[in-house]
Design a protein around this ligand. Structure first.
Ligand SMILES: NC(=O)c1ccc[n+]([C@@H]2O[C@H](COP(=O)([O-])OP(=O)(O)OC[C@H]3O[C@@H](n4cnc5c(N)ncnc54)[C@H](O)[C@@H]3O)[C@@H](O)[C@H]2O)c1
Length: 443
């Protein structure tokens, strides 16, 4: 099938979009294409995700029931663990994890194994797009050689390859997948045209760039920008606190400047699958060019120190109440890495757990989004731990309450009624005036 025929198929919405990796990125992406009338076919090695899609059972809380039901009830949607069905897809979009390994270097194993699987089923005319965040050069240097080697086909002649970073912001009520412009870089003009035509069916705007490595660099740049700016406000928070200045008041006032300033918010450290990790993909790649990424390293240093700073503030808070950390009961409020989602990957709350326990504190947590801590590779010993019940008797039984994530459905005024010692890393208590003898510490 030639390019014109493929473009026509997209236009007629008979072009099947295959998505590999049905997590925080892949699931809403599949839904976005499906909503616009495209046939979709989801793949995952995780059987439970596949059966949840088939039965319409939500497995990512903020995405809700409606999305799952519309997918499960549709004859244009299927989910499977059978990768031989990849041949049914016209495009194959890869949304698999790109974590760091134990040496904080890119762990490309998911991208490599998925690409190999795709390569074994690759057929002429297929479009393969990597959406996972990665270092510039991945598509050209890692993916294309594997696709060509295992299929015997040639990229740009027999099949098409593109890179388009996912910019999903889970839980953001203003921007879902369809509303976020999509940057696209193609391996050649035809691949770019095809990928653009595909995204144009479902996404508000596509932004073409010269090639795949430029598109890869765009995503990394966005996340480096966030990591560096978050580190900056975290540093300012520490300095201003010593000067008796409230950093949040400063940032809110600075944010009234209509140009030249963008507000970032300090917190207990960096969390999530992206910001603490992605910048180090560039750090690693830069070494190949004998270059250092000093801003990224410094930002990493400041951000990873934040939980330690919060623990120091917690120690001081308990001290004000003539209590030691050792033996104190401390409640951590919010386990997710950001408000209103159930995603706890890289959450700094785990580090707070760990550091405070090391000092002898007795720790519990409350998170309405994470009633029980599921199994994780990094925090296996917390598996099965349960969120406390949110009531006065339980909360008042803690010597200190440390707010690490400001979920919006928590009643912070009520919390102020229940606890005399609150350490607030998110400015969640901003509208609460402390009572006599009560201390609300900003950390
Ligand atoms: N979560 C975000 O907010 C976000 C935002 C932008 C970009 N990204 C990037 O998108 C990519 C995916 O992130 P995510 O948050 O969706 O991850 P996720 O862990 O939620 O989902 C990944 C899915 O891939 C599946 N998977 C793993 N190996 C597989 C394989 N070999 N074959 C098929 N499926 C496989 C997993 O079972 C899982 O369901 C990452 O590169 C991430 O950096 C994430």
């Amino acid at each position: 099938m030639n390019l014109q025929d493929l473009l026509k198929k997209i236009e007629e919405k008979t072009y099947t979009v295959g998505i590999i990796g049905l997590g925080y990125v892949g699931l809403p992406l599949m839904y976005t294409f499906h909503k616009e009338g495209m046939p979709v076919l989801g793949f995952d090695i995780d059987k439970s995700k596949v059966s949840n899609i088939q039965s319409g059972t939500p497995y990512i809380k903020h995405l809700g029931q409606e999305m799952m039901q519309s997918l499960s009830q549709s004859d244009r949607c299927a989910a499977t663990t059978d990768f031989s069905r990849l041949t049914e897809a016209d495009a194959v979009l890869l949304c698999v994890p790109t974590p760091l390994n134990q040496y904080r270097e890119p762990d490309m194993s998911y991208v490599i194994s998925t690409t190999e699987t795709v390569a074994h089923h690759l057929r002429e005319g297929q479009l393969v797009i990597l959406e996972s965040t990665t270092y510039p050069g991945t598509t050209e240097e890692v993916m294309i050689p594997l696709l060509e080697k295992h299929s015997g086909l040639i990229a740009g002649i027999d099949f098409y390859v593109a890179y388009s970073p996912e910019r999903e912001d889970p839980g953001n009520p203003n921007f879902n997948t369809a509303k976020i412009p999509k940057v696209v870089g193609g391996h050649g003009e035809d691949a770019l045209q095809l990928a653009q035509a595909l995204y144009d069916t479902a996404i508000v705007q596509t932004v073409p760039v010269s090639d795949t490595k430029t598109a890869e660099a765009v995503k990394i740049t966005e996340n480096v920008f966030r990591a560096v700016n978050i580190a900056l406000v975290n540093e300012l928070k520490v300095v201003y606190a010593k000067m008796g200045i409230d950093v949040h008041e400063v940032l809110d006032a600075a944010d009234t400047k209509p140009f030249g300033f963008m507000k970032f918010t300090p917190g207990p450290g960096l969390g999530g699958h992206c910001i603490p990790i992605d910048p180090f993909y560039l750090t690693w790649k830069a070494r190949e060019f004998q270059e250092n990424t000093r801003f990224i390293e410094l930002a990493g240093e400041i951000n990873t120190h934040m939980p330690q700073y919060v623990v120091e503030q917690t120690t001081k808070a308990l001290n004000t109440h003539k209590k030691a950390v050792n033996g104190s009961k401390v409640l951590l409020v919010g386990l997710a890495y950001k408000p209103n989602v159930d995603d706890m990957r890289e959450s700094p709350t785990f580090e707070l757990f760990h550091l405070l326990e090391e000092l002898g504190a007795d720790i519990a947590y409350y998170d309405p989004y994470i009633p029980t801590i599921p199994p994780t590779r990094e925090h296996a010993h917390y598996t099965g731990k349960q969120s406390i019940e949110w009531n006065q008797e339980t909360v008042a039984g803690f010597d200190a309450v440390l707010i690490s994530t400001d979920h919006s459905d928590i009643d912070y005024a009520q919390l102020a009624e229940w606890s005399d010692c609150i350490i607030d890393t998110r400015n969640a208590m901003k509208s609460v005036t402390p009572k006599n003898g009560q201390h609300i510490f900003k950390a």
